[in-house]
Design a binder for this molecule. Structure first.
Ligand SMILES: *Cc1c(COP(=O)(O)O)cnc(C)c1O
Ligand SMILES: [Zn+2]
Length: 426
């Protein structure tokens, strides 16, 4: 994990509004438990471990949540945001569809399968959730610039959210990123910066800028504790949409590992708050073999995650040095799940499989998750009789190249019935 010491003088600005972070109480270190006041901090001053938002939750009822808006703010009581969050312009992500996936289930031999389809968020990936929470924090910190290092989707979400909020955005990406993801950022911002290097280089640069420049909120660097909480809403929604109960198994893609750990945190919170019944569930992580540091550590049964140089078409998952990788191992081991990886060829197959069985076009990250689901079944690591949810985190239109030489017109014919009949297509 890259840890850069903070310089509080550069990040502490004006006093915070009362209730700026809702029912959040402090930032607590995941490693040593040391507590820090809510603010633009992300590393523990004692041990440099990552800080995480901790709460004094009010009593929340299912009815209160159900009466909220059809977006992530229905869970605002459980997020580090002010109670008037809906009034500040934002992209209003979340409350995406949970679809029954009987065709995919039948193909893979899984009795009871669902797809949580986050490709329909405002910028077509789950990143709109985390960015909405980071934007709220950036506002409360009075940030001048809303920024991120990104493998693509995050840059799209930051650029769009900043445009709606009327705050300057600067987004940094690896220069070899898919063209559609570049355009999907540049259309919202005049400050898309392509960096010659991989994501881990871009991330390191962002940490340096955050340390040098005043008033920059890097969503996944110096406001990361607030950003990360946004992923909990995926877990809340899955439970609410299942009729306020937890699934038996959930399969989640892993880049930095933040999303996976936060879906688990969400399930734990719902149990603690009495919003769902306590029951065992298994969490599975999905990676592409070309960037599988967490899967490798899982398989050799170590906690030591060795950073890798990514080489995979699943670019949105291409983080070679995943900040939350070790916590992914914790969650998957504790719940009895697993972490698995598949080849780029299997990623492509996963994309086409989901499209042809369920009418959902996913990007390479979703191809990875569906492909890993298939492999988990084939290797006997997943119980096919249990209720299973697979998360689709992004849209296939952003990674068309992944399947462009695999799917095409079956024939090109003259505009006549004779030509159609002669082609013998159906
Ligand atoms: C960022 C991203 C992920 C994983 O996010 P982490 O929280 O960093 O593990 C998964 N899928 C897509 C499409 C993403 O853009
Ligand atoms: Zn600590």
């Amino acid at each position: 994990m890259t840890v850069v010491a903070e310089n509080p003088a550069r990040t502490t600005r004006k006093p915070l509004r009362a209730g700026a972070f809702g029912h959040a109480r402090v930032l607590a270190c995941r490693e040593c438990g040391h507590e820090v006041d809510l603010g633009p901090h992300y590393a523990c001053p004692e041990c440099f471990g990552p800080l995480e938002v901790s709460y004094d939750f009010p009593a929340v009822t299912r009815e209160e949540i159900a009466a909220g808006p059809a977006n992530i703010w229905r869970y605002k009581a459980l997020l580090p945001v002010p109670s008037d969050i809906e009034e500040s312009p934002n992209t209003e992500p979340g409350f995406t569809r949970l679809l029954r996936a009987n065709n995919l289930g039948a193909t893979l031999g899984i009795d009871n399968l669902w797809v949580k389809d986050d490709s329909t968020n405002p910028t077509n990936s789950f990143k709109d959730r985390v960015v909405a929470c980071a934007l709220s924090a950036a506002r409360e910190f009075d940030a001048k610039v809303f920024a991120c290092p990104s493998t693509g989707n995050l840059a799209n979400a930051v650029a769009a959210a900043g445009a709606r909020a009327g705050i300057k955005t600067v987004v940094f990406i690896p220069s070899n990123l898919e063209k559609p993801k570049q355009i999907n950022s540049a259309v919202y911002t005049d400050s898309l910066v392509a960096v010659d290097g991989n994501y881990d280089d871009v991330n390191k640069l962002a940490s340096e800028i955050a340390g040098e420049e005043e008033g920059w909120a890097f969503v996944n660097v110096n406001v990361r504790p607030f950003y990360a909480e946004g992923s909990k809403t995926l877990g809340y929604e899955i439970a609410e949409q299942l009729g306020w109960r937890l699934p038996d198994q959930v399969v989640i893609p892993v880049a930095s590992g933040s999303q996976l750990t936060k879906v688990d945190k969400a399930f734990q919170e719902l149990i603690t708050l009495g919003l769902v019944e306590d029951k065992p569930y298994k969490v599975y992580g999905a990676q592409a073999t070309g960037c599988s540091p967490v899967s490798v550590a899982y398989k050799v049964n170590t906690d030591a995650i060795r950073p890798v140089k990514p080489d995979t078409i699943a670019k949105s998952l291409a983080i070679g040095n995943p900040a939350d990788g070790i916590y992914v191992l914790d969650v998957c081991r504790r719940t009895g799940g697993a972490v698995e990886d598949i080849s780029d060829e299997e990623v492509r197959e996963g994309i086409v499989l989901l499209a042809r069985t369920e009418g959902i076009f996913t990007e390479t990250a979703g191809g990875t998750t569906v492909g890993v689901l298939k492999k988990l079944v084939e290797t006997g690591q997943l119980d096919t009789t249990l209720e299973t949810v697979v998360i689709n985190t992004g849209h296939g239109l952003k990674t068309l190249d992944a399947v462009s030489d695999r799917v095409s017109a079956v024939a090109t014919i003259a505009p006549t019935y004779a030509a159609f009949a002669a082609a013998d297509l159906v």
